[in-house]
Design a protein around this ligand. Structure first.
Ligand code: MN
Length: 135
């Protein structure tokens, strides 16, 4: 059940952030919004969301660097992370998954399927995706 789940959304584009926030809250989820890596780190220092939606193109520290940081931190290493990215090029998905993301949601957001995609990621058992944690 997605109700009561907390999603950390890291997104610097205000319109995208508002849309994602609207869709998730309408489905009964709580949204923690972060507009850059600094805000995301502060949120993660305060508590654990159930899932992270990570824009890959952020000002300053980019999404992939932040994902690698989350994976290296023992308290957040197994957090489900979905990449949120405008990149639609073949190979990007593989690159983001190799970098520690569990999946990928393409922008522009498909309003009809977005919440279903998030719910599917929430249903996966924790740690079901094997990953190498280095560093
Ligand atoms: Mn961005």
């Amino acid at each position: 059940m997605p109700e009561g789940k907390t999603i950390l959304v890291v997104e610097d584009n205000e319109q995208n952030l508002e849309l994602v926030e609207f869709l998730l809250e309408e489905a009964g989820m709580t949204v923690w919004a972060a507009r850059d890596a600094t805000e995301a780190r502060a949120r993660l220092a305060d508590g654990q969301p159930d899932l992270v939606l990570m824009d890959m193109q952020l000002p300053g520290t980019d999404g992939l660097t932040l994902v690698e940081e989350i994976r290296r931190t023992p308290t957040t290493a197994r957090l489900p992370i979905l990449a949120l990215t405008a990149h639609a090029m073949r190979g990007d998905r593989e690159r983001f998954i190799a970098g520690g993301c569990d999946g990928y949601i393409a922008k522009p957001i498909n309003v009809a399927s977005f919440v279903t995609e998030v719910e599917a990621a929430l249903k996966r058992p924790a740690g079901s995706i094997p990953r190498e944690v280095s560093g």
